[in-house]
Ligand binder design. Structure first.
Ligand code: BT5
Length: 309
C-alpha cells in the first residue's frame, strides 16, 4: 500500500474525519483523498461517510491491504486471489532482486510440497511465501524452516489450536497435518543470496477436501469456527520476523513445541532409513537419533513417527 493511502487509512480508523481536514493534514488535494477512499473501498475496506466525515467501519477479512494494515513486520504484501504457486512467484521476485516480500494467496492451483509432491490449496487457506535475504552461510539456512514452524505454531496456539511440530517442517494437531513448509534458496557456500519459505496453512478449509493420505486437519475444523485469516497471517509474519533476527534462539523455541523428541522415528534419508529414538535437535536443524548402533545426526529426510516397541 502506498504511504499516503496508508496514512488515509490510519486517519479513517481514528475518524470520523472530513475530506477537507484530511486533505490538509496530509498535504494532498481533496480529489486525492477521495481517490484513496475509493481505492480502499475497492480493496474491501468499509469506509462510511456521514455528516461529520469519513470513518473506517470494518477491515476486509483477508487480502493484501488487509494484511498490510497494522502489520508489525517490515514485509511488503503481494496478494493473489488465485495463483499457481506462491513459492514460484516468490522465486521470480527473487530473480528480480526483491527482498522482504510476502506473496499471499487465497487459492493455489499448482501448490508444491517437497520432492515435487503436490500441495492441495483450496480457497479459504493461507498460502504464503516469504522472500528475504539473511546475512548467513548456506549451511545455516535450515534454521529458517524451523523458525517458520515455530511462528505458525505460536499463531495456532494463540488461536486456540494445540499445534505441535514434527521434524523438520510439519505442524500437526494430534498427528494430523495442519501446515506444511517448503524452503527454497540460492547462494554460495559462505553466503545465502535469498531464501523463500513457503508456508501452507489449512485455515478455513474442509479437511475432507484435502488428500486423505496425509490425515489432514484445519484451523477451522479444530476450533469449530473459522479463524480470522488477517490477524492469523499477521501473527505468523510478526513471529517469523522476530525469530529470523535472532536465529540462535530458534532451536530452543522449536524444542518447546516438538512432538518428535522422545519418540521412535524412522527417517528416510538419501543414504537409507535411520530408525531409533529422536533425542535432540542441533543448530541449525539437524535431528539426533539414538539407534541400536549409536547416535546418528540427520540433516534432511522424511520423518515417520513410529509406535513404541
Ligand atoms: C510440505 O510438503 O509439507 C510442504 C508444503 C508447502 C506448501 C506451501 S503453500 C505456499 C507455498 N507455495 C507452494 O507451492 N508451496 C508452499 P511435503 O512434506 O512433501 O508434504 C506433501 C504431502 O502432504 C502430499 O504428498 C500430501 O500427502 C499431503 N498434502 C497435500 N496437501 C495437503 C494439505 N493441504 N494439508 C495436509 N496435507 C497435504
Amino acid at each position: 500500500m502506498n504511504e499516503t493511502r496508508h496514512r488515509v487509512l490510519e486517519a479513517l480508523a481514528d475518524g470520523p474525519v472530513s475530506g477537507p481536514a484530511l486533505a490538509e493534514a496530509l498535504g494532498v488535494s481533496r480529489a486525492a483523498v477521495w481517490k484513496h477512499v475509493e481505492g480502499l473501498r475497492e480493496s474491501g475496506f468499509d469506509v462510511e461517510s456521514g455528516d461529520d466525515g469519513y470513518r473506517l467501519a470494518s477491515v476486509p477479512e483477508f487480502g493484501g491491504a488487509a494484511v498490510a494494515y497494522e502489520l508489525g513486520a517490515p514485509f511488503e504484501v503481494e496478494y493473489h486471489d488465485s495463483i499457481p504457486s506462491t513459492n514460484a512467484r516468490a522465486r521470480d521476485l527473487a530473480a528480480e532482486g526483491a527482498t522482504d516480500v510476502v506473496v499471499l494467496a487465497d487459492e493455489q492451483t499448482g501448490g508444491r510440497g517437497r520432492l515435487d509432491r503436490a500441495w492441495s490449496s483450496p480457497s479459504g487457506g493461507i498460502w504464503l511465501s516469504l522472500l528475504f535475504r539473511p546475512d548467513a552461510p548456506m549451511a545455516h539456512a535450515p534454521v529458517f524452516t524451523l523458525a517458520a514452524a515455530v511462528a505458525v505454531t505460536r499463531a495456532a496456539r494463540g488461536a486456540g489450536v494445540d499445534a505441535t511440530i514434527k521434524w523438520p517442517n510439519d505442524v500437526l494437531v494430534d498427528d494430523r497435518k495442519l501446515v506444511g513448509i517448503l524452503t527454497e534458496m540460492e547462494g554460495e557456500a559462505d553466503r545465502v543470496s535469498w531464501v523463500v519459505v513457503g508456508i501452507g496453512i489449512n485455515a478455513n478449509v474442509d479437511p475432507a477436501a484435502l488428500p486423505s493420505d496425509a490425515d489432514p486437519t484445519s484451523l477451522e475444523a479444530e476450533r469449530g469456527s473459522p479463524v480470522d485469516r488477517r490477524s492469523f497471517t499477521q501473527r505468523v509474519l510478526e513471529e517469523f520476523d522476530a525469530l529470523r533476527q535472532s536465529p540462535e534462539t530458534v532451536v530452543d523455541a522449536w524444542r518447546e513445541y516438538a512432538t518428535t523428541l522422545g519418540r521412535r522415528v524412522g527417517v528416510e534419508t538419501p543414504s537409507g532409513t535411520v530408525e531409533g529414538e529422536a533425542v535432540d535437535i542441533e543448530f541449525p536443524g539437524a535431528l539426533v537419533v539414538e539407534t541400536d548402533t549409536g547416535r546418528v545426526t540427520i540433516t534432511a529426510g522424511d520423518c515417520d513417527h513410529l509406535r513404541p516397541v
